[in-house]
Design a protein. Structure first.
Length: 136
């Protein structure tokens, strides 16, 4: 019959070391998941702002659409992220139908929230078009 296993002096404290190693990995994984969630949120805010700005520019001028996109992004994220994105609006013609359209585009890099010194910025490039509405 085999008796209980005796611990020698070399194994004392091994559980604490294993806990520290595993907790570091779990914290890094948590920050990675949070960073991906923040990126998806920021992209959704920019996408929604650009779509709304394109509809707004359809009844106004394209430059007003770009300004509205910047304002909406600043209210959804923060002024630093809004300043990192360059928004532009332009009048186009739809190639398939020949109808006048307005396109608003925002592009730039958003710095990550959990990495120091803005390492690995995330690229955002979103555009949206709307049919130009004639003013009465």
């Amino acid at each position: 019959m085999i008796g209980p296993v005796r611990r020698t002096g070399r194994e004392a404290g091994a559980a604490a070391v294993e806990f520290v190693l595993m907790s570091v990995l779990l914290v890094l994984l948590l920050f990675g998941v949070l960073q991906v969630a923040l990126y998806v949120y920021a992209r959704n805010v920019v996408s929604s702002a650009v779509a709304d700005a394109a509809r707004y520019a359809a009844t106004n001028d394209p430059a007003a659409g770009a300004e509205r996109a910047r304002d909406l992004i600043a209210s959804g994220l923060n002024h630093r992220a809004a300043g990192a994105l360059r928004c532009s609006g332009r009048a186009d013609v739809d190639a398939a139908s020949g109808l006048p359209t307005v396109t608003v585009q925002c592009r730039g890099r958003i710095g990550p929230a959990f990495l120091p010194f803005g390492l690995l910025p995330l690229q955002v490039d979103v555009s949206s078009s709307a049919l130009r509405e004639e003013q009465p």
